[in-house]
Design a protein around this ligand. Sequence first.
Ligand code: FEO
Length: 164
Amino acid sequence: MNKKLRDALNDQINKEFYSAYLYLSMAAYCDSMLFSGFAHWLKVQFHEEWAHGMKLYDFLVGRGEKVILKAIDQPPIKFTSSLGLFEQVYRHEQKVTGMIKRLGVISDEVGDSEAAVFLRWFVKEQVEEEENATRIIAGFKSGKSGSESVAAMDRKLARRKGPG
Ligand code: FEO
């Protein structure tokens, strides 16, 4: 595999694990505020991000490449409000979408069609991730009064399926 692409894929493993860490930190914040539904949703997201990192890991191993794990940055530990937190989720996912698109550009540049096909799954996943966050933000904004709508959203997000 081309070195530039291999390095970029290794970096993306780190970014996905950072995303997992960020969402777990958000979950811990929500747990501390007794919003167990938000915390549950974020823990499911944590598992998803971890799985994204492992998908990249397995792809590199499958191609006979070396996986190099780097230090994971410390995520923020305080958040302004539950709506602010999910707006941050949305902004973070937009950033990740940009990273995935960049990986696609590198794959094309170096003519690695296998990597380009592999990355398509991530492109689709990012559409879903951004959509999920957008829906949650819209849910917050459509509620009657502030605290009522936050409690209703907490109950709603408690129903998310998945590990966590
Ligand atoms: Fe792995 Fe939320 O992108």
